[in-house]
Design a protein around this ligand. Structure first.
Ligand SMILES: O=C(O)C1=C[C@@H](OP(=O)(O)O)[C@@H](O)[C@H](O)C1
Ligand SMILES: C=C(OP(=O)(O)O)C(=O)O
Length: 437
């Protein structure tokens, strides 16, 4: 039975060493890429969590042979989607929880390859938009139907009849995962239509560093995409994914943000192994926010060491569009700032695991902060009078993880439903407890 809550005591210090679990964004992309490729790929450092479990289970249901060699090591036997245009299993009911990185790319892959597939998730997944991706796929001949509400999962996918006669247009302003999904399947589209594919982004592309991860990993599997200023992409007609003998998944840079923050407010030193300056994940740039707030950060190729100092942190007013996930960590650090802090350009928070602007607003207020917010921003005045609080987490792993940082004031906190961290970091609170005193 899930624990209802977890009481975290007030603490003064944090130090120690952690090794990060694998990156969710990389794990789910490489599982799919390896499944589509020709040949066997060995993946190490794969994240073990709800989001990756649903991707693994979906691929197995679709008939992909995946052997677990060790706890975080898998061998994936690619189906060679270029010679076999469908998955071995052409009819399936696929549950994808609340994993955007599984739902959006698999929608694109299954719609392009065709079959008889029902894709669904938890109730919140059925409130998260997918219209922009579905409309783009329909515009090139995919057969997708909404089963509950227009614009949202669940989806029924049937056999496609691809027809691409102009650049494929995709909206970029709601989630970058729609463009990621289209890019990941673009070599399948070129193969089926026997032509180069052009992709044009409509609207302002958000969360660009996640597109960089997509392009980087596609290239590792043998497909180089031409990127013209993040708005126009070209994929050549001979594009094809080739297996890689071994790919090591980096540690998760968004998960690193909590430990980096602990090193700052808790004094440190905290050493974080698994990501560093060679990372392909945009969230590594969270280090710049912490340096602004007063952290001393040493970035090695594959590790980070963080130290803080006594006293208040420097307040910030910043655009967080490039690091929407690590941005939540900054919102909680605002509790210890020397003035009001503003997070800007975070509209995508409203359509994630919960409405994160509303959730963050409510929960920071419970601790005594004075908070205001708008459609795409959040402003936090640090508490003058702290209050003890039960923090509701809204089934959002990041709400639970970032509010574990709210214990450096004069009070402890109660985290409701702490097991929601299983979405990306099931052992988070055990690791956390080993660092704070
Ligand atoms: O592509 C990815 O791996 C992700 C993209 C981001 O979503 P948006 O593009 O919707 O901001 C991010 O918030 C999510 O956790 C992972
Ligand atoms: C937004 C997130 O997840 P998803 O991949 O489901 O979009 C997240 O992990 O913060």
């Amino acid at each position: 039975m899930a624990d209802d809550y977890l009481d975290l005591n007030q603490v003064n210090q944090a130090k120690g060493e952690v090794t990060l679990p694998g990156s969710k964004s990389i794990s789910n992309r490489v599982l799919l890429l390896a499944a589509l490729a020709e040949g066997k790929t060995r993946l190490t450092g794969v994240l073990k969590s709800d989001d990756t479990d649903v991707m693994l289970a979906a691929l197995k249901t679709l008939g992909v042979r995946i052997v677990q060699l060790n706890h975080d090591e898998y061998e994936v036997e690619g189906i060679n989607a270029f010679d076999h245009s469908q998955f071995p299993q052409t009819k399936a009911d696929i549950f994808l929880g609340n994993a955007g990185t599984a739902f959006r790319p698999l929608t694109a892959a299954l719609a392009v390859m065709g079959g008889d597939y029902y894709l669904h998730g938890v109730p919140r997944m059925h409130e998260r938009p997918i219209k922009d991706l579905v409309e783009t796929l329909q515009s090139i001949g995919c057969n997708i139907e909404y089963k509950l509400n227009d614009g949202y999962p669940p989806l029924q996918i049937n056999t496609s009849n691809l027809n691409v006669s102009a650049p494929i247009e995709i909206e970029g302003s709601v989630s970058s995962q729609f463009l990621t999904a289209l890019l990941l399947v673009s070599p399948l589209i070129t193969r089926k239509t026997q032509q180069d594919i052009q992709i044009k982004v409509k609207g302002e592309l958000i969360s660009k560093p996640y597109i960089a991860i997509t392009l980087n990993l596609m290239e590792r599997f043998g497909v180089k995409v031409e990127n013209n200023n993040w708005s126009h992409f070209i994929v050549a007609k001979d594009a094809k994914y080739q297996a890689i003998s071994h790919l090591a998944v980096e540690g998760d840079a968004s998960s690193a943000s909590y430990f980096m923050a602990l090193g700052l407010v808790g004094g440190g030193p905290i050493r974080i192994n698994g990501v560093g300056k060679s990372s392909i994940q945009g969230d590594i740039k969270f280090a710049d926010v912490l340096v602004h707030m007063g952290a001393d950060i040493q970035l090695q190729d594959n590790s980070i060491e963080v130290r803080g100092h006594k006293g208040l942190l420097k307040a910030f007013d910043m655009d967080f569009n490039l690091i929407p996930d690590a941005a939540m960590t900054a919102a909680v650090l605002a509790l210890y700032a020397d003035g009001p802090c503003t997070l800007r350009n975070i509209a995508s928070w409203r359509v994630k695991e919960t409405d994160r602007i509303e959730a963050m607003h409510k929960e920071l207020e419970k601790l005594g902060a004075i908070v205001s917010s708008g459609s795409d921003w959040l402003r936090i005045e640090p508490p003058k009078h702290w209050r003890t609080a039960s923090i509701d987490t809204y089934d959002d792993h990041r709400m639970a993880m970032c509010f574990s940082l709210a214990v450096f004031g004069p009070v402890g906190v109660r985290i409701m439903d702490p097991n929601c961290v299983a979405k990306t970091f099931p052992t988070y609170f055990d690791v956390y407890k080993g660092l704070v005193a």
